[in-house]
Design a protein around this ligand. Structure first.
Ligand SMILES: NC(=O)c1ccc[n+]([C@@H]2O[C@H](COP(=O)([O-])OP(=O)(O)OC[C@H]3O[C@@H](n4cnc5c(N)ncnc54)[C@H](O)[C@@H]3O)[C@@H](O)[C@H]2O)c1
Length: 371
């Protein structure tokens, strides 16, 4: 059983007034995942009639699903014709959050990425276009697929920033294709699409090792924040490539869930909104804050830049979402990290259970399991 997160529901109730989704029929594709499950936990508190969650548990675990009478969990891929056919025809709102997680996995297996990150979007939109009365479909787009990769002074990426035709992962290509299909289905079929461009989300319910092996150690070490929090709790030296000068815009998952709800409730169809904190944090600052919170006294390990590294500095411009949706990310990174560290400590047994699934592929995780 995953330990509860304090404060999330109170905040969402206050900000969403509770009326937007009360009595509504909702769908989250990818709703057992990190962001999807946080959204689901907040939505059930709003009193929906039903919340259908479709997930094939490729990078997720059922422990994240809310135990609530409104939840109707359907295990399987959203490319499955039976699952598509059986979706309710009286849906009010849908969030499409499934993906093939993440960049490294997509490089290891581009076909699996296509099946779970591109075909998914096409088949879902093709099905949803026939649902009369559907008010909004929110698509999870990726800011990393748009941002300029630079180590010079970074500027906040706006929604209308140019999109390159040259991408360094199939994942990134798939996320852009999803936006293109969203635009097409809006123009051609009036699908009420709203695109939400995510920055780097962090927070509770991002479980290291959740789901099936996806070809690389990133199956376990999913993203920088949960990896650093776990390694820091284990007293390890956090490794900083390029001395940690890379920067990102970190947004707490509870803020992200509220932003996704704002996109559904108030987003204009056909439009795109950055869901970003608008603040730039270097990886070194992230590591040092985490070490302070966990009490890890092992110094960070400064490493040289790798010659292929073009990850650079980047952050998103949150002004359009603020003006048009009334949405602002308001959890400060220190507070969000404090809650993430506390959640990780409380849920170490579940996290280790998910890591254990991959011991045969990644024997190094055995050292953390106490075997
Ligand atoms: N977390 C971030 O920082 C971030 C940044 C940019 C964009 N995004 C996007 O946000 C969304 C959610 O990301 P997340 O971090 O929660 O990842 P996640 O891996 O935790 O969630 C993705 C979910 O999709 C499910 N899934 C995969 N293939 C599926 C299929 N064929 N049918 C049904 N479900 C399937 C997975 O099992 C998982 O539950 C994704 O679309 C991702 O591309 C996330």
């Amino acid at each position: 059983m995953i330990a509860p997160i304090m404060g999330v529901q109170d905040k969402s109730r206050e900000l969403m007034t509770g009326s937007d989704f009360k009595g509504a029929n909702l769908l989250i594709v990818g709703g057992a995942g990190f962001v999807g499950s946080n959204l689901a936990h907040i939505l059930v508190e709003q009193g929906p009639e039903k919340l259908v969650i479709v997930d094939n548990l490729l990078s997720a675990d059922t422990v994240n699903l809310p135990d609530h009478k409104a939840v109707d969990f359907r295990f399987g891929s959203i490319t499955d014709d039976r699952i598509l056919r059986d979706l309710p025809n009286d849906l009010d709102f849908a969030w499409h959050l499934s993906c093939y997680h993440g960049n490294q996995s997509s490089i290891a297996d581009p076909i699996a990425d296509h099946d779970n990150n591109t075909l998914t979007t096409l088949k879902l939109f093709e099905r949803l276009k026939d649902i009369e009365g559907l008010k909004k479909v929110v698509y999870a787009a990726a800011g990393c697929a748009v941002a300029e990769k630079t180590y010079n002074d970074a500027e906040a990426t706006k929604e209308d920033a140019p999109v390159s035709l040259h991408h360094d992962s199939p994942y990134s290509i798939s996320k852009i294709i999803g936006e293109l299909y969203g635009n097409y289905y809006f123009a051609r079929h009036n699908l009420p699409i709203v695109k939400a461009r995510f920055q780097n989300v962090y927070g509770p319910r991002e479980i290291l090792g959740a789901g099936r092996w996806r070809g690389t150690p990133h199956t376990v070490w999913r993203n920088v924040t949960p990896t650093f929090v776990f390694r820091s709790l284990m007293g390890e030296a956090l490794p900083l490539d390029n001395a940690g000068n890379t920067s990102r815009d970190f947004i707490f998952v509870e803020d992200m869930a509220r932003g996704l709800m704002a996109c559904a409730a108030r987003g204009e169809t056909g439009e795109i909104y950055n869901l970003a904190s608008g603040r730039e944090t270097t990886i070194r600052e992230l590591a040092e804050t985490i070490n302070r919170l966990t009490g890890n006294e092992t110094p960070v390990e400064l490493k040289p830049a790798r010659d292929w590294d073009r990850s650079g500095r980047r952050f998103g411009d949150p002004s359009k979402a603020r003006e048009k949706l009334g949405f602002e990310a308001d959890v400060k990174i220190e507070d969000g990290l404090e809650r993430t560290v506390a959640w990780t400590q409380d849920n170490l047994p579940e996290i280790k259970r998910c890591m254990r699934q991959h011991v045969a592929y990644l024997p190094e995780v055995r050292q953390y399991l106490g075997d």
